[in-house]
Design a protein around this ligand. Structure first.
Ligand SMILES: [Fe+2]
Ligand SMILES: [Fe+2]
Length: 174
């Protein structure tokens, strides 16, 4: 496990970017499997940010409430778009075009986080705080359930969040 929460977050952003590209290249059951992997990874990543990263950013970075508020709005929009895409179904003629559009907005959101939030956190949090946040993020990801293909997106996000909160109880506070 890395000792820096920002390194873990950047790696998750890279995995998300690669999954979007791989889904657009795939078809059949492989495409379906990759899509459910993306739903799980986004649920893990955004819940971990909400539980561990955004609260620290609010506390430590200048104008933190405003910066985090914008990111939370982007995250809610992305969750809604992902749910709509799931309802549309992978076989729909519009699926790839809409997935491409969602990919652009999610990657734009990630770039904003990296520039306005993570870089500032790395500068201000201190090595020990970054290490504790990394340990919490690692524990949160391990507590998340595996992909659940039949489950609606919102239910997946909620369940992942619930399990992560339970998994974090008893660990050192981030
Ligand atoms: Fe995010
Ligand atoms: Fe992110």
């Amino acid at each position: 496990m890395t000792g820096d929460v920002v390194a873990i977050l950047l790696d998750q952003h890279r995995r998300i970017k690669r999954l979007f590209a791989d889904i657009l290249d795939a078809d059949g059951t492989r495409k379906e499997g990759l899509f459910h992997e993306l739903v799980r990874l986004l649920a893990v990543h955004e819940n971990a940010e909400a539980l561990i990263v955004h609260p620290a950013a609010r506390e430590l970075i200048p104008n933190g409430d405003a910066v985090v508020g914008e990111r939370l709005r982007e995250e809610a929009d992305a969750e809604r778009a992902l749910a709509a895409l799931c309802d549309l179904g992978l076989g729909h003629a519009e699926f790839d075009r809409r997935l491409g559009r969602l990919s652009e907005s999610v990657l734009g959101h990630a770039a904003q986080e990296e520039y306005k939030e993570f870089a500032q956190l790395r500068r201000r949090a201190g090595a020990e705080r970054l290490r504790r946040m990394a340990a919490a993020l690692d524990a949160a990801e391990r507590a998340a359930p595996p992909p659940s293909p039949g489950q609606p997106v919102t239910a997946t996000f909620d369940e992942v969040g619930r399990r992560m909160r339970a998994g974090l109880k008893g660990t050192t506070s981030a």
